[in-house]
Structure formats: C-alpha cells, structure tokens
Design a protein around this ligand. Structure first.
Ligand SMILES: Nc1ncnc2c1ncn2[C@@H]1O[C@H](COP(=O)(O)OP(=O)(O)OP(=O)(O)O)[C@@H](O)[C@H]1O
Ligand SMILES: [Mg+2]
Length: 406
C-alpha cells in the first residue's frame, strides 16, 4: 500500500498559549481577556489528540459561537479529514480521531459520549456550567481518563470562577489555572489595548481585557449572593400570597416561571425549561398554578405571549399581560435592583439565576436611556421572570403603566 504524505499547518501557539500547554494538568481553567487567543488555542488542543486517534469534544455556549470554531477546525484540518458532518458537527480524521462540537443550547450536549479531552470555550458565559460540568461533561472523561480545558473571559463570580479557584488551591493538584490579559497575545497591537482602555469603562476593561473576576459591586444587581439564602423550595403556605412571573422562551432560550411569596418577599420556586411547544409551556404553568394558587400571573405579552395569555385567561387563571419595551423593562429591572440593594428580597439559591443576575449589564444609550440586558452570548430569562414577578410588589409604582387590562 502506498502511503501518502499530507502537510498540516496548525497555528503556532504564542508564548502565552505555550506557557499554558506546558503547565497543564488534568483540569485546566484559563481566564483570558478578549482576543487573547482562546479559540485558536482550542484548535490546537482539539487537533493534537485527534491526530493521535482520540475522540475529543468542543463545547460552546451558543450555536453562533460554535460556528466560528467549527469553520476553523474544518479549514485547518482539511487535509486529514475523512468525513465531516455539519448536522452532527462531527469531524472524523484519517487517523481515526474524532472531534465533536456541541452547542450548550442543547441540554443533552455531550451526554453518553466518551472523550479524551473536553474543551469548553467561553465558559464564563455558560450560566448553568456547574450543572453541565457535573451531569454531562465530567462523566464523558471517565472512560478514557480524559482531561478538560475551561476557557473564557471572566463574567463575575460564577461557576467558572469557582473552577478558577480550584486551580489556585494547592490542595487540588489536578486543577490548574491562568489569568491572561489580552496583552499576552503578541498578535494584538499594544495600541489597540491602549485605545480600548480609553473607550471602555474601568470595570469593563478590567473584566474583558485584564481578565479579572469582578465581584458584583458595580453590576446592575448588587449583593445577589447575600440574598440567595433559600436553599430549597418551601411548601405552599395557604396563609401566604403568591405571584408568578412568566418569561416565554423564544427559539434558543428558556421559558422561566418565577414564583414569589409576596408575604415574605421571597422567590420560592423557579421553573426553567426549553420546551418550545406552547401547549407544553401552558401545561407547565397550569400545574405550577395548581401548586401555588397565585393571586396573579404576570406574563410577557410580546410576540408569542399574547395568544398564550388569552388561552390561559380562558381557563380562569389570573393572568396579567406585560408589554416589554426598553422603558418598561428598565422600570422592573431597577425595582428589582433596588430590592437586592436593600436586601428586601430573598431568593432561592438557584445557580443559573444567580449567575444571570451577577452578569446582568446596563448600557448607556446615546439617547441617555439605559438598556438592560445579559452580556452577549448569555441569557436573561431567569432575571426577566423574577423581575416580572417582583414588579407586582409595589403595584403603586410606575411599573403599573406597563400592564394592560385583561
Ligand atoms: N497562536 C496564534 N498565532 C497567530 N495568531 C493568533 C494566535 N492566537 C491568536 N491569534 C490571533 O489573535 C486573534 C484572537 O484570537 P482568538 O479568536 O483565538 O481569540 P479569542 O480569545 O477566542 O477571542 P474572543 O474573546 O473574541 O473569543 C485572532 O486574530 C487570531 O488569529
Ligand atoms: Mg473565541
């Protein structure tokens, strides 16, 4: 048989990336500034074991972010690809190695697979990273005693930060971590860093460019963890009053129902699902209403909301529509922010909710108005569900204007 020689050009790791490859342990946590070269490093990390016939996986928080690395993998590895399936996002190499790319929009990402390496890109943006890591990703490494790389730009003190701390902990020798600013990428001109320093707020520069894990002191919601003291869902108390806030899922996000006990100002339950079928969503909400017997259900009426609200109202549920606009959203978010600041609210310690709250951002628009949203690539369904439910607390405040009549 004739052997054919192929030439493959992998990006040559820069000094910052090389240091990480050299110092790696089994679990590696890389907190890096934007444009440091995380995705480029991912190509190296996935290609090497795959060229040695190993199965490896790439995880990305969203489909959009995944595509960039998928394309890079396809072009870089083109001479050694035996089969590439864009639907399954699976690349097979002539060596027998396999690279699978997963978007974590998919709740089953990685389940029942086995990998020699898992690379999680933009790990700071994955709100339920803790759950994903424990239930889906970590088990994929068991058969082959694989290693893992969690890479990303910090986004507050979430599970990615916890992993980073494991890397600092000398008692956890399997874990390693690095903090690499954007300036550690020699391919980014230093003038660009100076320019960004001038343009960005100090906090944003510290987070996005210096790769620092900031506490929530300057975020929209301050003191989130201090209010997240309810460990488990309490039983229904017939002497209390409850309300439910509903944020409907669109194509790629979650439907969230937040149940607040208004008597003790506490978020007692949070139902989060990515069922796109509205009949299913309605059924879930009806079941929740049977449990909590809410005095009112505040539901977003935009886009798909209206027909569901009408259907729910016909079943006798006390539904009130809420029209989300930039202005009405600002009112309910600011009311919720004040509740956290004054420790007026207690919330269930739900990892996705606390991560979303801590990462939530405010942006000043040229018009002088403020736009509130999740950072790009991250979701805010839990925040919206909670803010909608909380908006009923002070019905005399200006949020009332956002409610329509039934
Ligand atoms: N080893 C390398 N050799 C050549 N260029 C590199 C290398 N590493 C990174 N770069 C270049 O630096 C830029 C940023 O790289 P990359 O997209 O991998 O960074 P990132 O940290 O994933 O960025 P983002 O934060 O936007 O996701 C790109 O133009 C990339 O080509
Ligand atoms: Mg990237």
């Amino acid at each position: 048989m004739q052997t054919q020689e192929v030439t493959l050009t992998l990006p040559k790791p820069h000094s910052g990336q090389r240091a990480m490859l050299r110092e790696a342990r089994r679990y590696n946590v890389a907190a890096c500034g934007r444009r440091f070269g995380k995705s480029t490093l991912a190509i190296e990390l996935l290609s090497r074991p795959a060229l040695e016939a190993q199965p490896v996986a790439y995880f990305s928080p969203t489909y959009k972010l995944l595509i960039e690395v998928w394309r890079l993998l396809e072009t870089t590895l083109q001479p050694v690809i035996s089969r590439s399936n864009a639907t399954e996002r699976r690349i097979e190499l002539i060596t027998g190695g396999v690279i699978e790319c997963w978007s974590m929009d998919n709740p089953d990402a990685g389940r029942s697979r086995r990998y020699a390496r898992a690379v999680i890109d933009e790990a700071g943006l994955v709100a339920d990273l803790g759950e994903r890591w424990q239930a889906a990703i970590r088990p994929t490494l068991a058969d082959l005693r694989g290693d893992a790389w969690l890479m990303g730009t910090p986004k507050g003190r979430n599970f990615f930060w916890e992993c980073y701390n494991r890397g600092l902990d000398t008692m956890q020798p399997d874990w390693m971590c690095w903090q690499k600013p954007t300036s550690a990428n020699p391919h980014i001109h230093p003038d660009e860093i100076t320019a960004m320093q001038a343009e960005l707020t100090e906090r944003r520069f510290a987070q996005e460019i210096l790769a620092q894990f900031l506490d929530d002191a300057g975020g929209v919601f301050r003191g989130v963890l201090a209010c997240a003291t309810l460990a488990t869902v309490p039983a229904y108390d017939p002497s209390h009053t409850y309300v439910i806030g509903c944020d409907w899922g669109k194509t790629n996000d979650y439907t969230v129902f937040a149940v607040i006990d208004t008597t003790v100002k506490t978020l007692v339950a949070l139902d989060r699902s990515n069922q796109v079928d509205y009949t299913v969503q309605r059924g879930r909400l009806q079941a929740l209403c049977e449990t909590w017997k809410p005095a009112s259900v505040i539901a977003e009426s935009n886009s798909m909301g209206q027909p569901i609200i009408e259907a729910l109202a016909r079943t006798g549920l006390p539904v009130r529509p809420f029209t989300t606009t930039n202005a009405t959203k600002a009112v309910i978010i600011e009311a919720l922010a004040l509740a956290f600041e004054r420790k007026d609210i207690t919330i269930l310690n739900h990892p996705v909710l606390t991560a979303e709250l801590q990462a939530y951002e405010a942006q000043k628009l040229p018009s002088g108005l403020t736009r509130y949203s999740a950072p790009e690539g991250m979701q805010d369904d839990c925040v919206m569900g909670l803010a909608l439910a909380w908006s009923t607390m002070g019905r005399s405040n200006s949020a009332v204007g956002a409610f329509g009549r039934r």
